[in-house]
Design a protein around this ligand. Structure first.
Ligand code: DX5
Ligand code: ZN
Length: 214
């Protein structure tokens, strides 16, 4: 069954503790935390103190998506703050393998993100070393954008290589995911989906989560 990771980017930033508690009440699987630095992406969200604060309010896995330049500077601190999974964009890093190894050494799951404007090849050399492959179906930076179905080709490639090599990484899709495209996400090979607006802005978030756990 597909796991659903609501993105707190779409929550009320004044009520973040309530947001992570609601994610559990709604029956979702992970809490997706979008960290943006205003450099790798134009937007700025929050950093390690927010992850550390939210850790106290949920026992669900905290899935931390770093949209930051030189993530190797901060991955260890996000692990110490309580992240269960840390992903970053390889083209933003000068030491991809070093950052992956640092996350693993902290006992945290590591992953790489393929942004919508990036080729699959940015992640390919590291596929045997990761726990999570995140494929973006929007350009990273903002919630509420529409789903780019052409990016599913990269999900299929990730699923093919996973099967061919006996790898076990989760494949997560992020950007514009909703009950209307969840079947396409699953068919392409996704095992986890991020859902910001389609959960937090839903009239019935519990129903929205359930509709994507297919
Ligand atoms: C975009 C973020 C996404 C975003 C998803 O840069 O990485 O996680 O919050 O939001 P929706 O589901 O609204 O596209
Ligand atoms: Zn994200």
């Amino acid at each position: 069954m597909i796991k659903v990771a609501p993105s707190i980017l779409s929550a009320d930033f004044g009520k973040m503790a309530d947001a992570v508690q609601n994610v559990k009440i709604w029956g979702a699987d992970w809490v997706h935390c979008d960290v943006m630095d205003g450099v790798y992406v134009p937007n700025i969200t929050f950093g390690m103190p927010m992850v550390k604060a939210l850790r106290k309010y949920t026992d669900l896995p905290l899935d931390v998506h770093l949209m930051i330049t030189k993530p190797e500077r901060y991955v260890g601190q996000f692990c110490d703050a309580g992240a269960d999974l840390v992903t970053f964009h390889p083209e933003a890093s000068e030491d991809v393998r070093g950052a992956l190894n640092e996350i693993k050494a902290k006992g945290v799951k590591c992953g790489l993100v393929v942004n919508a404007d990036q080729p699959f090849s940015v992640a390919e050399p590291y596929l045997g070393e990761i726990d999570l492959l995140l494929i973006m179906t929007v350009q990273a930076g903002f919630g509420g954008q529409s789903f780019k179905a052409d990016c599913l080709e990269k999900v299929r490639r990730g699923a093919e290589l996973k099967a061919a090599n006996g790898w076990t990484y989760d494949i997560e899709i992020d950007g514009g995911v909703s009950p209307s495209n969840i079947a396409d996400c699953k068919a392409a090979g996704a095992t986890v989906v991020v859902a910001g607006s389609s959960v937090f802005k839903a009239a019935d978030p519990t129903a929205a989560v359930k509709a994507m756990q297919i």
